[in-house]
Design a protein around this ligand. Structure first.
Ligand SMILES: Nc1ncnc2c1ncn2[C@@H]1O[C@H](COP(=O)(O)OP(=O)(O)OP(=O)(O)O)[C@@H](O)[C@H]1O
Length: 277
C-alpha cells in the first residue's frame, strides 16, 4: 500500500443528506519518511460516535498516524506506509476509491485555525463544497451555513455578520469556524490535531463542549498534549511512545478513565502523571 494512486475522474457527488456514524480502524500501520521508520505496526479501533484521544510525547508519531487515517500522509513526497485503514470495514486506500472521497468522509481540523481570511464567514463554511465539487441548492447552502455554525458552537456570535471576513474573528472563533467548515461536507470522522493548543482556556472549553456535542453524529479522533483535556473529552485513549530513536508504537490503549486511574503499563502511569514528556 505504498504507491500513491491517481484519483480516478468521477462525476461530482450530490450533496449528502445525512452521514451515519462510522468506526475507523487502523491495522498494522507502519510509516516511513524516506528510510526512517516513524511508526511500527500500530493497530487501533476508534469506535463510532466516540472520542478517541491520541496522547504521547513529542515526536512519537501521533500526527503522522492521524494524517494516515485520511490519506494526508501521502502528500509528503518522501512518505510511505504499510497496513490498512478501514472506515466501517471499507479500505480507505482501496485503489478504486477516490482520494477526495476519503478526505470528504474523514475531515480534519488543524492545530492553527486556518480559515480563508478574505472569504466571508458563510463562504468559509461552504468552501469544502467547492473543493469536493459537491452540488447544493441555494436553500440547502443557507440551511447548511446555519446548521454547521450551530454545531460548531459559533452561530449566536456570528449570525448577524455572516458576510464579514473569517479573518476578523478571534482565534477561538476561527477554530470553531474551521470545525463548522469541516462539518459542511458531512464527514463521518473528524480528525483534530491539537485543535486547542493555540487557544486560551475559555476558547478551549467552548471547543471541548462543541466536541462533546458533535460526538453524537461524528466519530472524533483528537491528538492532544493536554492530559486534562484528554480526560475531559475522550472515552478512549491511546498512548504512543517512541523510545530512544525507535519508531512510535502504542504502549497502551483503552478506556480513558481506566488508563488515567489505573494504567497497566508503568510508562503510561509516568506519562499521564507528568513524570516525562
Ligand atoms: N514531513 C516530515 N518529513 C520527515 N520527517 C517527519 C515529517 N513529519 C514528521 N516527521 C518525523 O516523524 C516523527 C513523528 O512525527 P509526528 O509529527 O507524527 O509526531 P507527534 O507525536 O505528532 O509530535 P508532536 O506531538 O510534537 O506534534 C518525528 O520524528 C518527526 O521528526
Amino acid at each position: 500500500m505504498t504507491a500513491v494512486l491517481p484519483d480516478p475522474v468521477a462525476p461530482p457527488p450530490a450533496y449528502p443528506g445525512t452521514s451515519s456514524l462510522a468506526e475507523i480502524e487502523a491495522r498494522q500501520i507502519t510509516a516511513w519518511f524516506g528510510e526512517r521508520k516513524v511508526l511500527d505496526r500500530v493497530s487501533l479501533v476508534m469506535p463510532a460516535g466516540g472520542i478517541t484521544a491520541l496522547i504521547g510525547p513529542s515526536g512519537c508519531g501521533k500526527s503522522t498516524f492521524l494524517r494516515i487515517l485520511n490519506r494526508m500522509h501521502e502528500l509528503v513526497p518522501s512518505a510511505s506506509l504499510a497496513g490498512e485503514v478501514l472506515l466501517d470495514g471499507e479500505d480507505v486506500y482501496d485503489p478504486s476509491r477516490r482520494l477526495m472521497d476519503a478526505r470528504r468522509q474523514i475531515g480534519m481540523v488543524f492545530q492553527k485555525p486556518n480559515p480563508f481570511p478574505a472569504m466571508s464567514i458563510q463562504e468559509n463554511v461552504l468552501a469544502g463544497l467547492k473543493l469536493t465539487g459537491t452540488k447544493a441548492s441555494k436553500s440547502e447552502r443557507a440551511d447548511l451555513v446555519e446548521s454547521c455554525l450551530v454545531k460548531g458552537g459559533l452561530w449566536n456570535e456570528v449570525k448577524d455578520r455572516l458576510d464579514a471576513p473569517g479573518g476578523g474573528l478571534s482565534g477561538g472563533q476561527q477554530q470553531r469556524l474551521c470545525i463548522a467548515r469541516s462539518l459542511a461536507i458531512k464527514p463521518r470522522v473528524l480528525l483534530m490535531d491539537e485543535p486547542c493548543s493555540a487557544l486560551d482556556p475559555t476558547s478551549t472549553r467552548v471547543i471541548e463542549e462543541t466536541m462533546l456535542d458533535l460526538a453524537r453524529e461524528v466519530t472524533i479522533v483528537i491528538v492532544t498534549h493536554n492530559m486534562q483535556q484528554a480526560a475531559r473529552v475522550s472515552g478512549q485513549c491511546a498512548f504512543f511512545l517512541a523510545s530512544q530513536g525507535t519508531p512510535g508504537v502504542i504502549v497502551e490503549h483503552g478506556d480513558t478513565t481506566a488508563m488515567f486511574g489505573n494504567p497497566r503499563d508503568q510508562r503510561t502511569a509516568d506519562y499521564v502523571n507528568g513524570r516525562f514528556g
